[in-house]
Design a protein around this ligand. Sequence first.
Ligand code: 2IO
Length: 406
Amino acid sequence: MHVSPARFSVLSEDFAADPYRWFAHLREQVPVHHEPAIDSYFLSRHQDVKRVLSDHEAFSTETLQVRAEPVMRGPVLAQMTGAEHTAKRKIVVRAFTGPALERQVRAIRANAAELLAPLLSRGRMDLVNDFGKPFAVQVALDVLGLERRDRQRVAAWHSGVAEFITSLTLTPERRRHCMECAEQLEAYLRPVIEERRRDPGDDLISGLCTAEFDGVAMSDRDVTALIINVLAASTEPADKTLALLFKHLIDHPGQLAQVRRDPELLGAAIAETLRCTPPVQLIPRRAERDCVFAGVTVPAGATVFCMIGAANRDPGAFAAPDTFDIHRPDLGTARSFTAAAEHLAFGSGLHQCVGTAFARAELETVAAMLLPLLDEVRYSPGFRYREAGLYTRGPLSLSLDFTPVR
Ligand code: 2IO
């Protein structure tokens, strides 16, 4: 079905099928798109998105109170401000950098090896469902210090939590399902938190349980919310980015060959994947006062969605923005995983992703393992590529054939 630009809707099937087809139109013709059904404003220009994410006075994260808090069972990091935010962010950063990150890289390798073992001799795997999804959850469990045998349960609860956060429209039935998942996850975490308070280890849950803020330990509610926050934020975008990386490389055999010859290029390939096809496509904010973008007033109190995919392909920010090019001079690989990043896949400003270094390490480690194992990698015969998701977006599956490993 074709939707004429005049009747353009972010909620249309047409947009969901391929949002990238619409981004130029939005940036050029409707840089402030109002979506009546959900009374929200969608911004697509790089400079506007950057402004919203940088100006945390005018654009608050209050939206998360309804978008996230119900399933997170408490406030997430991005909702916090001031000294509380600085202190709690530090605790989480510590779990994702330095010696903790080195430990995690070893766990990432072990998890990848374990999950790949049964797949390699087959010469065929679905990189999303056979590997990426279980891998992402298993790595999150390791970081948090949760049992690997709980993977399937946690994965199912995570799906419900993620569905709640990432749905622009949610039926009452789905909402009930998501809330049930969140409640079960909370109940599962309760005895774990109790145990880590008594007998802490070097995992993130222990870190959260023992950390003090102004001389006071965090409440169970705070700890629970931060655990679910980390679980969702590390799991939801991971399998998507991995599959998108391989899709881009398979679609660009020259660049795939270069990365195979020189795995040092993987950082650039991941950065370019995040720019070109960010797994988190939308970041919500609430306008705290009337604001004007491209001559259009967004009223105080309005929900604003930053369209990350559109901003990352703004020709004002990146030359030939629709081209996947790991050598693009304006990529800045090293900067891509820092506050100085030009692409907005990790957001920007005060609430920029705390897991950037971890994300890079996770993806680099697993991609460097996969490349030599997936010899002659190609799409399986008859495979039809499909993506889904408006808020987080990625391949539904990526069925790959390769030379079986004996
Ligand atoms: C979990 C979309 C999974 C975050 C979110 C409520 C807060 C925050 C994000 C990312 C990824 C999620 N927002 N991570 O966009 O922690």
